[in-house]
Write a protein that binds this ligand. Structure first.
Ligand SMILES: [Zn+2]
Length: 243
C-alpha cells in the first residue's frame, strides 16, 4: 500500500464534534482547499498535545494525511488562538456567528482565499474591539436589581428590563429565571464553562433564541459587521457560481 500523501495547510477551526471514544471530526476552513471535514484522532484524551490547538476559532497550521474519505490531522501548531474572544460573551457570540455564516455559506472544497482572509481579519477585529455586554444584573429601565422572577430581555436597550419598564419597548422577549442564570454564566464563564453547560430542550431553546436575537441586533447596529455580512454574501454568491 502506498504511503498516504502528506500535506500542510493553514486553517481556521469552524466547529468540532465528537467521534467515538477519543476522536473528533473538525470542520476547518482553509485558504487553498476551502471548507473541509478532517479527522483528529485521540484529541479527546487528556494526554493529547493537539487538542488545545484544535478549538473552534483557532487559526492553526495543520499537517494532514490524505484519507479515503476524510483527511487525518497528524500535527498542528497554533498560529493565533484569539483567546480574548473566548473570554467575553458578546465577542464570542459574534465570532461564532461569523464562523457559522462561513460554515453555512461556503461550499466544501472550493478554494476561497478572499473569504479566508476576511474571516481572519474579522476575528482579529473582534479581538481588538471593546466588548458591548448586555446588562444582566440591573433593569436597564429603572436601574433596580433584577428580581428572581420572569423578566424581559431587551437587546435594543442593551440588557434586561423588569415588568414595570416593559411598556413601549420593542423587540423584547420573556426571560425566565433559569434563562437569566444561564445568560449570566455564559457572560462570566470561560469558553470551557460555556461548552459544559447542560440544559433541557426548552431552556436551551430559550437561551438560543435570546442569544441569536442579541447577536443579530448587535450586528445590525454595527456598521462594520453589516459590511462584513454584505461582503460575505457577495463572496459566497461568487463562489457558488464558480462551482
Ligand atoms: Zn425596571
Amino acid at each position: 500500500m502506498p504511503a498516504p500523501r502528506m500535506y500542510k495547510t493553514e486553517a481556521i477551526v469552524l466547529r468540532q464534534r465528537r467521534f467515538g471514544e477519543a476522536d473528533r471530526f473538525l470542520t476547518v476552513y482553509t485558504p487553498a482547499h476551502g471548507k473541509m471535514d478532517v479527522k483528529a484522532r485521540g484529541v479527546r484524551k487528556t494526554t493529547s498535545r493537539m487538542s488545545g490547538h484544535l478549538q473552534p476559532l483557532t487559526r492553526c497550521m495543520l499537517s494532514l494525511a490524505q484519507g479515503h474519505v476524510n483527511d487525518v490531522v497528524t500535527g498542528c501548531e497554533t498560529l493565533e488562538s484569539f483567546q480574548p474572544l473566548r473570554e467575553d460573551l458578546e465577542r464570542l457570540s459574534r465570532a461564532l456567528y461569523a464562523v457559522e455564516l462561513i460554515d453555512r455559506m461556503v461550499p466544501e472544497r472550493v478554494q476561497g482565499f478572499p473569504t479566508y482572509r476576511l474571516l481572519t481579519e474579522t476575528l482579529r477585529r473582534l479581538v481588538d474591539q471593546c466588548g458591548f455586554r448586555p446588562d444582566l444584573d440591573a433593569c436597564v429601565g429603572c436601574g433596580s436589581a433584577l428580581e428572581p422572577v420572569e423578566n424581559f430581555f431587551a437587546p435594543l436597550s442593551g440588557g434586561v428590563v423588569c415588568r414595570g419598564c416593559l411598556g413601549g419597548l420593542t423587540g423584547t422577549r420573556v426571560l425566565s429565571v433559569n434563562g437569566l442564570k444561564v445568560l449570566r454564566l455564559l457572560q462570566r464563564g470561560s469558553y470551557n464553562d460555556v461548552v459544559r453547560i447542560r440544559m433541557d430542550g426548552e431552556l436551551a431553546d430559550e437561551v438560543e433564541r435570546h442569544l441569536r436575537n442579541y447577536v443579530v441586533t448587535v450586528l445590525e447596529r454595527d456598521v462594520n459587521s453589516a459590511a462584513f455580512i454584505e461582503r460575505l454574501r457577495r463572496e459566497g454568491a461568487r463562489q457558488t457560481v464558480e462551482v
